[in-house]
Write a protein that binds this ligand. Structure first.
Ligand code: IPD
Ligand code: CA
Ligand code: CA
Length: 266
């Protein structure tokens, strides 16, 4: 078990160093869809990570953003986002990371998120706590939504933002503010580290949230869907909080949804 985390740390640091190096040079940008960018750095980081994972864990399954799924009979599956925060990276806004999560039968058991610009390394193993640069982290103790700082994100394709803009609008009125930093994995780590009280997003992929969701629960926080149902790694939504503001936020999601007839969900 320890070796899984050690291996993922080593690989994430190596890929992060590559991203930090590539961040200094101009990028080759292509589009998957409108507003959905991919750069040469996404591809090179993913190639490096896949090569390392395949040579160390040849039997494990891998789900990676740029190359899809490598199926296997193994119950172990790596979820890989070689560059979370591509739009930021492409614009030179230095908020992005590498993230790897290892799941056993779809339950995340180890995760790493590495922010190479701040040299912040977040790690967690199921049952063993959450760490930032090897120091234990815990979620914030703020119990009131009115004293909270939140974050959300919007998927990088058009026509799917209406409901989330309503959530964003309402929470902006009720809190110290809602940030939109542009890297879901780092947003989840900020909940784990007590920087944000809560984070939600409506349409994420498993590689965006595998490691970060474990960081939150291992730091003492709570994850669910936006209705308070169980968090599902393969589902689209995530709502993560310090636990203390969770019910109050669920109430707001439900009120906004009830008053949002005619607004399309993503
Ligand atoms: C994106 C980021 C962003 C989130 C988007 C994701 P990418 O991942 O995590 O914060 O809002 O939904 O797709 O494309 O930069 O790997
Ligand atoms: Ca991502
Ligand atoms: Ca990505």
């Amino acid at each position: 078990m320890e070796s899984y985390l050690d291996a993922s740390v080593e690989i994430a640091r190596e890929a992060g160093a590559l991203l930090a190096q590539m961040a200094k040079a101009p990028h080759e940008i292509t589009y998957k869809r409108k507003s959905d960018l991919v750069t040469d750095a996404d591809r090179r980081s993913e190639a490096l990570i896949l090569e390392r994972l395949r040579s160390r864990f040849p039997k494990h399954a891998i789900v990676a953003e740029e190359s899809g799924e490598k199926k296997s009979d193994s119950d172990y599956c790596w979820f890989v986002d070689p560059l979370d925060g591509t739009t930021n990276f492409a614009h030179g806004f230095p908020v992005f990371c590498v993230t790897l999560g290892l799941a056993y039968r779809d339950e995340v058991i180890a995760g790493v998120v590495y922010d190479p610009m701040r040299e912040e390394l977040y790690t967690a193993e199921r049952g063993a706590g959450a760490y930032l640069n090897n120091r234990r982290i815990t979620v914030s103790k703020t119990a009131r939504l009115a004293e909270s700082l939140l974050a959300t994100g919007f998927p990088p394709f058009a026509n799917n933002h209406e409901l989330n803009i309503q959530y964003y609008y309402r929470f902006t009125q009720l809190t110290h503010g809602v940030r939109r930093p542009g890297s879901a994995a780092l947003d989840l780590c900020s909940v784990a580290a007590g920087r944000f009280e809560g984070f939600w997003e409506l349409k994420l992929n498993p590689w965006d949230k595998a490691a970060g969701s474990l960081l939150v629960t291992e730091a003492g926080g709570r994850t669910s869907d936006l209705h308070g149902g169980p968090f599902n790694l393969r589902g689209e939504e995530i709502f993560a909080s310090n636990g203390l503001v969770h019910d109050e936020m669920l109430q707001v999601f439900s009120e906004v949804l009830a008053g949002s007839s005619g607004v399309t969900r993503p």
